[in-house]
Ligand binder design. Structure first.
Ligand SMILES: [Zn+2]
Length: 425
C-alpha cells in the first residue's frame, strides 16, 4: 500500500498533546504508537531508561534598586540553589563574554544575550558571578499569548561549578534595563529527580540478511507547552509509514524501529538505546534513518547526511530521478541520529520546515507548534521519498553507504556532544 498522508495526519492528530519526558502524557503517546504497531500485527516493546532531571520548588527574582519590582521568572533545574530566603546581589547586563564585561561580573547576577554555552559558563564561573539570567521570547510578546519555559543546567555546564540561573521574558528584561536596575533579590531551590522514560522498539527480521540491521527512529516526546506536532509527531508518523511499508514488503535486512523518549532533554532515549547495543552487535548496525520535524505546509524539504559525502550525491540523484525537491547537506543534526553516528553508525535525517511566518525558535518548542500548520500532503511528500530511499537501502545487494564516519563529521560530533547549549536544542 502506498504512503497515505491522511492516515499519517490522523495518527499525528491523536498524538497532538504536550508529551513531556517522564509524564503520564509521554507514556500515553508511547501507547498510541504501540497500539498502531499492534494494528499492523507486530509487537512493540516499551523499553525503560533512567532519566536524571530536576524539579524547581521556588524561583524568585525582584529588582531592589532603584525601585522594587518583582518579576515572573523560571529557575533552571539543577542549577545552584540560593540560601533559604534568598540573596541580594548587584546586577549587570553582560552584553558579551569579553574581558571588559567579565572583569565587572564578580559577585553579580548577570543578564546575558542568547543561550548559555559551556564555554561562556566556564568564563562566568571563573569571573566569580553570583548567577545568570537568560531572556526568552521577543520584545513584542504578550503575556497571554506566550509561555516562559523551564530550562535545565546541563551536566556539561554544571561540571564547572554551580550558580543560580533564571529565565525571564524579553519584555521584562527590557523594562529592567531601562529602569537602570543595579541590585536584585534572587531565590532558587531545585532538587534532582530520577525517573523512567521509555523507547518504543519493534523489529522486522531481514529475510536474506538478518544480521545487517538498519535502524529507523523518531522522538515522540515534546517540551513544556508544546503539542509537538511538527516537532516531532510528524517524524513519528513518517517512521510509522516506513514501518508499514516493510510489514507489507518484508525487508532483505533487519529493520529496527525505535520511537525515542526524552529527546528534548538531550537525546536521552537514543543515547540509552545506542549505549545498550552490545559491542559485538554494534557492527551489524549499518545505517540509521531519522525523522525530526515535518509536515509543515509552509517550508521546504531537507536531508541532512551524517555519513560519507558520496551519500549526498546518491540522495541528490535519487531526488532528481523521483522528482523530489530537497536540500541535501552533509552535516550532523541536533537529533537522535547523533548518538548513532557517535558510535560509528552513519545516518540520514529527513525533515520539512523552515517556512516563513514561523521564525525559528519562536515556533519550535512553543504552544504554536500546532496542527493547523500541518497538512496530510506536506507529511506525505517527505514520507514518500523516505520510503523509497529506505526501500533501496534495506534491500540493496551490497549495502551502498560506507560504514564510516568522515573526519569532518567526527569533529562536528565531538564539538556538539561536548558543548551542548544549556537548553534543549
Ligand atoms: Zn525534535
Amino acid at each position: 500500500m502506498a504512503v497515505c498522508g491522511k492516515r499519517q495526519y490522523d495518527l499525528l492528530e491523536k498524538m497532538g498533546f504536550v508529551r513531556i519526558s517522564g509524564t503520564a502524557e509521554e507514556d500515553r503517546a508511547a501507547h498510541i504508537l504501540m497500539d498502531e504497531i499492534a494494528s499492523l500485527g507486530l509487537k512493540a516493546e516499551q523499553v525503560p531508561f533512567e532519566v536524571e532531571d530536576g524539579t524547581v520548588e521556588k524561583a524568585e527574582f525582584a529588582v531592589l534598586e532603584p525601585e522594587y519590582k518583582k518579576y515572573t521568572v523560571t529557575g533552571y533545574k539543577l542549577a545552584g540553589c540560593t540560601a533559604e530566603g534568598g540573596e541580594d546581589h548587584e546586577f549587570m547586563y553582560l552584553e558579551q563574554f569579553d574581558d571588559v564585561m567579565l572583569a565587572q561580573a564578580k559577585g553579580k547576577v548577570v543578564l546575558i544575550n542568547g543561550r548559555m554555552t559551556a564555554d561562556n559558563y566556564k568564563k562566568l564561573i571563573a569571573a566569580g558571578a553570583a548567577g545568570f539570567v537568560t531572556m526568552g521570547g521577543t520584545v513584542i510578546d504578550e503575556v497571554e499569548k506566550t509561555d516562559l519555559d523551564t530550562r535545565t543546567l546541563r551536566p556539561t555546564l554544571s561540571e564547572h561549578g554551580l550558580m543560580p540561573a533564571f529565565h525571564i521574558r524579553m519584555t521584562d528584561a527590557l523594562e529592567i534595563l531601562k529602569s537602570g536596575a543595579t541590585k536584585v533579590h534572587i531565590e532558587l531551590h531545585t532538587t534532582p529527580r530520577k525517573y523512567n522514560s521509555h523507547n518504543v522498539v519493534c523489529e522486522i527480521p531481514g529475510t536474506e540478511k538478518p544480521d545487517e540491521i538498519v535502524d529507523f527512529g523518531a522522538h515522540y516526546d515534546s517540551v513544556e507547552f508544546s503539542p509537538g506536532v511538527w516537532d516531532n509527531a510528524a517524524g513519528c508518523v513518517t517512521i510509522m509509514e516506513i514501518l508499514r511499508h516493510f510489514v507489507e514488503h518484508p525487508p532483505v535486512r533487519t529493520c529496527r524501529f525505535i520511537f525515542f523518549g526524552s529527546e528534548e532533554l538531550g537525546l536521552l532515549g537514543s543515547k540509552a538505546y545506542v549505549a545498550a547495543i552490545p559491542e559485538d552487535e554494534l557492527p551489524k548496525h549499518v545505517f540509521m534513518v531519522n525523522a525530526d520535524v515535518g509536515g509543515s505546509v509552509l517550508g521546504m524539504n531537507s536531508a541532512a547526511v551524517t555519513a560519507d559525502e558520496s551519500l549526498c550525491k546518491y540522495v541528490e540523484f535519487m531526488a532528481k530521478e523521483l522528482g523530489y525537491s530537497t536540500g541535501v547537506r552533509q552535516s550532523i543534526m541536533s537529533s537522535d541520529s547523533v548518538p548513532f553516528a557517535d558510535r560509528g553508525v552513519p545516518a540520514i535525517n529527513f525533515a520539512r520546515g523552515g517556512g516563513p511566518g514561523m521564525p525559528g525558535m519562536g515556533f519550535m518548542h512553543t504552544r504554536y507548534d500546532m496542527i493547523s500548520l500541518i497538512s496530510p500532503e506536506a507529511l506525505a511528500v517527505v514520507t514518500e521519498f523516505a520510503v523509497a530511499f529506505s526501500d533501496r537501502m534495506v534491500n540493496a545487494k551490497i549495502f551502498p553507504v560506507p560504514r564510516t564516519i568522515p573526519k569532518n563529521i567526527r569533529e562536528d560530533l565531538d564539538r556538539y556532544l561536548a558543548k551542548k547549549p544549556a537548553e534543549a536544542k
